[in-house]
Design a protein around this ligand. Structure first.
Ligand SMILES: Cc1cc2nc3c(=O)[nH]c(=O)nc-3n(C[C@H](O)[C@H](O)[C@H](O)COP(=O)(O)OP(=O)(O)OC[C@H]3O[C@@H](n4cnc5c(N)ncnc54)[C@H](O)[C@@H]3O)c2cc1C
Length: 313
C-alpha cells in the first residue's frame, strides 16, 4: 500500500517566532489607496526593529517577502501576494525633531512629518505634505513634488535586510522615482535634513501646496497617484495620455481621471485587473498615437486570479 501523501503544513506554522502579529490570509485591498486586490498569504506587523530583524534573519530565504507602506503607489493584484507581506505598525511612526533635521520612523506619514517639521520651524520638508505615503515608501520611491525630492533631503536611512542586518546607510543613491537600496531592504527610519527656517514662510508654502493639489489632483479618490513616469524628454506623461484621447477612458469600474489623466481611479468595485488592464490600454494607445512607451510608476505586485490577464500583453 502506498504511504499517504503528507500535506505541507500551512506557512504560518513554519515561520520563526515573533513578538509582533502574524495574520494568515489578511485582505490587502483595505490597506491600499485603490481599495482593491487580493490577500497576503501571511501579513506580518513586527513589534519593533529587533523583532523584524530577528524574523527576517531566521526566515527561510526561499519565502518571498514584500513590504508595503500606505499603499498609495501600488496595485495589489486580485490573486494576492505569496509569502510574507510586511506592514510596519504605528510603533515605527515616531518622529523626533533635531536642530537641523527630523528623524522619522518608516511608517510615519509624509504629511505628519511635514507638519511636525513646520510646527517646529524646520524648513525643506513642505513638499512631503503633498504626498500621501509613508517615509519608507518615500525613500523607496524617491517621492517628490513641487520641486522637492526625498533623496535630496535624506541624511541617512536605517535599513533591515533579508539577512537580518540592521544598520544605517548614508550612501543610498536616488534617481527619478527610485532608490538603489539593497534588494528586499526595509526602511525602518530615516533622518531628513531640515534646517531652521521662518515658520510663517513654511506655513505659507504648505498652504500653497495644499491649494495646488486640491486644484489639480483627485486627492479624495481611490487612486494610486501618478500612474506612469514622465519620460526623460519631451511631453509629460499626462500630456501624452491626453493626446492619445485617454482622458476619462474606462474599463469595468476603473477610469482614467478626468481631472488629472495620469491618475487612474477605482470608481467603486473595480478589480485590480480592471485598473491594471486600463493602464495597459493607455500604454497601447499612447504608443500607437505618439510612439512613446510609457513606463509604470505604480508598483504592481502579487499574482492575477487564474485565467485573468491584468497586463493584457
Ligand atoms: C493622491 C495621490 C497623490 C500622490 N502624489 C504624489 C506626488 O506628488 N509625488 C510622488 O512622488 N508620489 C505621489 N504619490 C504616490 C505615492 O504617494 C508615493 O510614491 C509614496 O512615496 C508611496 O509611499 P507608500 O508608503 O504609500 O508606499 P507603497 O505604495 O505602499 O509602496 C510603494 C513602494 O515602496 C516600497 N516600500 C513601502 N514602504 C517601504 C519600506 N518601509 N521599506 C522599503 N520599501 C518600502 C514598496 O515595497 C513599494 O515598492 C501620490 C499618490 C496618491 C494616491
Amino acid at each position: 500500500m502506498m504511504p499517504a501523501a503528507r500535506a505541507t503544513p500551512p506557512m504560518i506554522n513554519r515561520l520563526p517566532p515573533v513578538r509582533g502579529r502574524l495574520t494568515p490570509g489578511a485582505a490587502l485591498g483595505p490597506l491600499t489607496w485603490f481599495r482593491t486586490g487580493g490577500a497576503a498569504e501571511v501579513l506580518f506587523r513586527p513589534a519593533d526593529v529587533e523583532d523584524l530583524a530577528g524574523f527576517l534573519g531566521d526566515l527561510d530565504p526561499a519565502v518571498a517577502v514584500t513590504v508595503i507602506g500606505a499603499g498609495s503607489n501600488m496595485i495589489v493584484r486580485d490573486g494576492g501576494i505569496e509569502g510574507i507581506v510586511i506592514r510596519l505598525p504605528p510603533a515605527f511612526a515616531r518622529i523626533t525633531v533635531e536642530a537641523d533635521g527630523i528623524v522619522a520612523g518608516g511608517a510615519a506619514l509624509d504629511l505628519t512629518v511635514a507638519e511636525t517639521a513646520a510646527d517646529a520651524g524646520r524648513d525643506g520638508l513642505a513638499f512631503l505634505s503633498g504626498i500621501p505615503g509613508t517615509i519608507g515608501g518615500a525613500v523607496a520611491m524617491n517621492a517628490g513634488a513641487y520641486g522637492g525630492e526625498t533623496g535630496a533631503v535624506t541624511d541617512w536611512v536605517e535599513l533591515v535586510t533579508r539577512e537580518g542586518w540592521c544598520g544605517r546607510r548614508d550612501d543610498i543613491a536616488f534617481a527619478y522615482r527610485r532608490s538603489d537600496m539593497p534588494e528586499g531592504a526595509i526602511v525602518t527610519a530615516a533622518r531628513l535634513l531640515a534646517p531652521a527656517g521662518d515658520p510663517a514662510a513654511i506655513a505659507e508654502r504648505m498652504a500653497a501646496i495644499r491649494t495646488a493639489r486640491e486644484a489639480t489632483q483627485p486627492v479624495r479618490a481611490r487612486t494610486g497617484g501618478s500612474t506612469f513616469k514622465n519620460p526623460d524628454q519631451g511631453p509629460k506623461a499626462w500630456e501624452l495620455i491626453d493626446r492619445a484621447g485617454c482622458r476619462g477612458l474606462t474599463r469595468g469600474a476603473a477610469q482614467v481621471s478626468e481631472k488629472h489623466c495620469n491618475f487612474l481611479l477605482n470608481l467603486g468595485g473595480a478589480t485590480a485587473a480592471d485598473i491594471e488592464g486600463l493602464g495597459e490600454e493607455v500604454r497601447r494607445r499612447v504608443l500607437a498615437e505618439t510612439g512613446v512607451m510609457l513606463e509604470w510608476e505604480i508598483r504592481r505586485i502579487g499574482r492575477p486570479l487564474p485565467g485573468v490577464s491584468e497586463a493584457g500583453r
